[in-house]
Each structure stands twice: as structure tokens, then as C-alpha cells.
Design a protein around this ligand. Structure first.
Ligand SMILES: [Zn+2]
Ligand SMILES: [Zn+2]
Length: 249
């Protein structure tokens, strides 16, 4: 079971994943404390065994302390995002927001690690680019991927924030595109998608003539409202596409 909660000022997707057979559960990207998440956990009688941050930007970590204390579950983050985690509450202030300071992580995740939630086994895929230590979680039996801010519905994460790296991000997307087309993708913001859909329609990675990309970007810009994007760090942003991006995938 995957349940999505849209939490916080930046509309972060916080997910609760539960293994149906055992009721063991994992909270992914708890942006802040939220009673509707507690209500679900209570109502379904879930046993929270893990809290994972796909990366350590302030809009994904504000509930770490609250949920860790409430459910006694260990906190896991990408190995290369540890410093980012300790600064997150300070970076929130720069954006004029209040975010609770996160506790230290209990588990540092590396590429290829496996996280067990009941009978489900999530493979950790290190996907740097949005941040150095960004990770995605892939469950091959259920064919689901939690992609954090690396891959969005017809978009990709920003690479221009501290720790961001465009080339690394494109390499990470390429890695994700090796997954089967029918894998469901649950991103850190916005609607779910599928790997196959993104291979076909993601304008940031699709090899298309530049004029078509411009048209496509304009259409998406119209749909989501460009004025919102300019003030929202995680909405699809309309960077000029470099020849590098066009040739990369
Ligand atoms: Zn982010
Ligand atoms: Zn985010």
C-alpha cells in the first residue's frame, strides 16, 4: 500500500508505504508533523519500522524528529547527504520558513543497499544531481519507485541548488530509465508517473528537435503557471536546454 500526503509550504509528497501481509510500514520524506499521517497509521494498525529521506532538503525532513520519536523507528538518509541534513533547518530560514531540526540519522544509505519493510525489499539507488546524496527506493516485486526530487512527472529536479550537478542528474535519470517501463514512480512533488511515460514524454531527457522541445516546454509552462514556478524551488523549471542535455540521452 502506498499512501501519499501533500505536506508543508512546498507541497512535498510524504508517503507511507506498508507491506500488506505484515503491516510493517515506512515513512518516506516526512516534511513536517501531520496528524493525517498519524491517523492513517493508527487506523490501519501499522508498525512503522523505518523513516527514510530521499534527500535532505528542508522541505523533506521537518517531520523526522517527530515521527522518529513517536514510532521509535530509525532514520535513514543517503550517505552523501549527512551534512545537508544538519543544515536543513537553517536553510529553511533563508526561505523564510520554520522547519524543525532533524535528529542525526541512524542509517547511512549507499547504492545497492537493501531496506526491508516486512516482506518487501527496497533497493537503494544512489541518484546524485539534485543533491549529492539523493537516493531512490525501488521495490522490484511491486514495481514501485520513490524518486524524491530526482525524477518528476515530465520533469526533473533542480540542479542549481548547493550540491546540485547537472551531469550527475542526467546520469541518475539514465540509471532510472533502465528500470522496466511499467514501474510506477512516486516523486517528491506532484503526481505519480511511470518510467515508460517519462522515457517518452519527459522534455528534459527526450531526444527531440529543439523547436519541438520549446513548444513542449511552453505548453507545460502554461499548464502549471510560470509565475508559480519562479517562486517554487521544485516546480518544473524552464532552464535553457544546453546541447549537452539534448545529446545526453
Ligand atoms: Zn529537493
Ligand atoms: Zn523537494
Amino acid at each position: 500500500m502506498v499512501k501519499r500526503f501533500v505536506v508543508g509550504e512546498l507541497l512535498t509528497n510524504c508517503y507511507v508505504y506498508a507491506d500488506k501481509k505484515t503491516n510493517k510500514a515506512m515513512i518516506i520524506d516526512p516534511a513536517k508533523r501531520d496528524s493525517s499521517i498519524d491517523f492513517l497509521i493508527d487506523a490501519k494498525g501499522l508498525d512503522v519500522v523505518l523513516i527514510v529521506d530521499t534527500h535532505c532538503h528542508f522541505d523533506h525532513v521537518g517531520g523526522n524528529g517527530y515521527f522518529k520519536e513517536k514510532y521509535g523507528a530509525p532514520l535513514a538518509v543517503g550517505y552523501y547527504d549527512v551534512n545537508c541534513l544538519s543544515r536543513a533547518h537553517l536553510e529553511a530560514k533563508i526561505f523564510g520558513m520554520e522547519v524543525e531540526q532533524s535528529p542525526e540519522p541512524d542509517i547511512l544509505l549507499n547504492d545497492g543497499d537493501t531496506l526491508s519493510v516486512g516482506f518487501s525489499k527496497f533497493k537503494v539507488i544512489h541518484t546524485p544531481g539534485h543533491t549529492q546524496g539523493s537516493i531512490c527506493l525501488y521495490e522490484p516485486t511491486e514495481k514501485i519507485l520513490f524518486s524524491g526530487d530526482t525524477l518528476f512527472f515530465e520533469s526533473v529536479g533542480r540542479w542549481d541548488l548547493p550540491g546540485g550537478d547537472c551531469r550527475a542528474l542526467m546520469g541518475s535519470i539514465k540509471k532510472l530509465f533502465e528500470l522496466p517501463d511499467d514501474v510506477f514512480v512516486y516523486p517528491g512533488h506532484g503526481e505519480p508517473t511511470q518510467i515508460g511515460h517519462e522515457k517518452m514524454y519527459n522534455p528534459f531527457v527526450k531526444k527531440k528537435p529543439l523547436y519541438l522541445l520549446k513548444v513542449q516546454r511552453f505548453k507545460i509552462a502554461e499548464a502549471v503557471g510560470i509565475s508559480t514556478c519562479q517562486h517554487h524551488p521544485h516546480q518544473p523549471s524552464f532552464y535553457p536546454l544546453s546541447p549537452f542535455l539534448l545529446d545526453r540521452l
